[in-house]
Design a protein around this ligand. Structure first.
Ligand code: NDP
Length: 252
C-alpha cells in the first residue's frame, strides 16, 4: 500500500517536529518546512529516514504570501522526484510563534504580524496547495487553548487563532465536495520554544500553568504529536469541521 504523505509547516522545532516524528513512526512520509532552522530541519530529515520513511525539507515563511506560488511548484516537484506522486494527503498548518502584548499597549505592527502568521498565511497557503491535496485528504489547522480561556497578554494572538477555528468550519463545508476533511487542534500550554520557552524553562511559570491543568502538569510535545497522528488516522475520518481541545484539561 502507498504510504501517505504529510506536509507540515514549521517542522524544524517544537510541535511540528514532534508531529513529523510521530507520523513517520506510523509510516507517513513527511514534507516539512523550516524558516530559519535549516540545520534543525536537516537533522529531522535524517531522523525520519532512520525510521524507514522518506522526508524532504523546504524553506517557507508563512508571512510571505508572494512566495506561495513558487513554494507550491517546489512541493509539486518534490512530490514527483522524492515520492513519485502528484499529490499529498495531509496538510498541517502548524508554523507560528507566540507574542506577548498587553491589549492596552499592543501595536498595529504586532497585530499585523500575528494575523499574517496565524491567519493570512494558513489561509492563502492552503488555497495555493489545494490542487496538490488528494481528494479524501485532510487539513489540520493549529489553533490554541487561548480561544477558550484567557490570560493577560495574548488577546491578539488568541483573536487570530479564533479566526482560524472559524475558517476551519467554513473550509470543511466548501472542501467536503472533494472529501477533504478539515479540523483544528487547540493545544493548551506545551513546553516548547513558544513564548520564549517560558512554560518549559521558567520554573515559576511552569508551576503556575500546571496548577491550572487537571492532569497536574504542562503538556509536552509528545502529547500533541500523538494526538495529531490519532486525528489524521482513518479511525477519525468522520470528524470534520471541528476543533479538538488537547490541553490535559486546562482551565476547565
Ligand atoms: P516553536 O517556537 O517551538 O516552533 C515554531 C515553528 O514554526 C518553527 O519550526 C519555526 O521555524 C516555525 N515558524 C515560526 N514562524 C514562522 C513563519 N513566519 N514562517 C514559517 N515558519 C515559521 O513553537 P511551537 O511548536 O510551540 O508552536 C507551533 C504551533 O502551535 C504554533 O502555531 C503555535 O501558535 C501553536 N501553539 C503552541 C502552543 C504551545 O504552548 N507551545 C499552545 C497552542 C498553540 P524556524 O525555527 O525554522 O524559523
Amino acid at each position: 500500500m502507498t504510504k501517505p504523505i504529510a506536509l507540515i509547516t514549521g517542522a524544524s522545532r517544537g510541535l511540528g517536529r514532534n508531529m513529523a516524528l510521530h507520523l513517520a513512526k506510523r509510516g507517513v512520509h513527511i514534507i516539512g518546512t523550516y524558516r530559519g532552522g535549516a540545520a534543525e530541519a536537516d537533522a529531522l530529515r535524517q531522523e525520519i529516514q532512520a525510521l524507514g520513511t522518506s522526508a524532504a525539507m523546504l524553506a517557507l515563511d508563512v508571512t510571505d504570501t508572494k512566495s506561495f506560488a513558487a513554494f507550491a511548484e517546489k512541493v509539486a516537484e518534490t512530490l514527483k522526484t522524492e515520492f513519485g506522486r502528484e499529490r499529498f494527503d495531509f496538510l498541517v498548518n502548524n508554523a507560528g510563534n507566540g507574542l506577548f502584548a498587553n491589549f492596552i499597549e499592543a501595536t498595529e505592527e504586532q497585530f499585523d504580524s500575528l494575523m499574517a502568521t496565524h491567519l493570512r498565511g494558513p489561509t492563502f497557503l492552503t488555497q495555493k496547495l489545494l490542487p496538490l491535496v488528494e481528494d479524501g485528504g485532510r487539513i489540520l489547522n493549529v489553533s490554541s487553548g487561548f480561544v477558550r480561556f484567557t490570560l493577560p497578554g495574548y488577546s491578539l494572538y488568541a483573536a487570530a487563532k479564533a479566526a482560524v477555528e472559524v475558517l476551519t468550519r467554513f473550509m470543511a463545508v466548501e472542501l467536503g465536495a472533494r472529501g477533504i476533511r478539515v479540523n483544528a487542534i487547540a493545544p493548551g500550554a506545551i513546553a516548547t520554544d513558544f513564548g520564549g520557552g517560558a512554560v518549559r524553562d521558567n520554573e515559576n511559570v511552569n508551576a503556575y500553568v500546571a496548577q491550572g491543568i487537571a492532569l497536574g502538569r504542562v503538556g509536552l510535545p509528545d502529547d500533541i504529536g500523538g494526538a495529531v497522528t490519532a486525528i489524521l488516522s482513518e479511525d477519525m475520518g468522520w470528524a470534520n469541521g471541528t476543533t479538538f481541545d488537547i490541553s490535559g484539561g486546562q482551565l476547565l
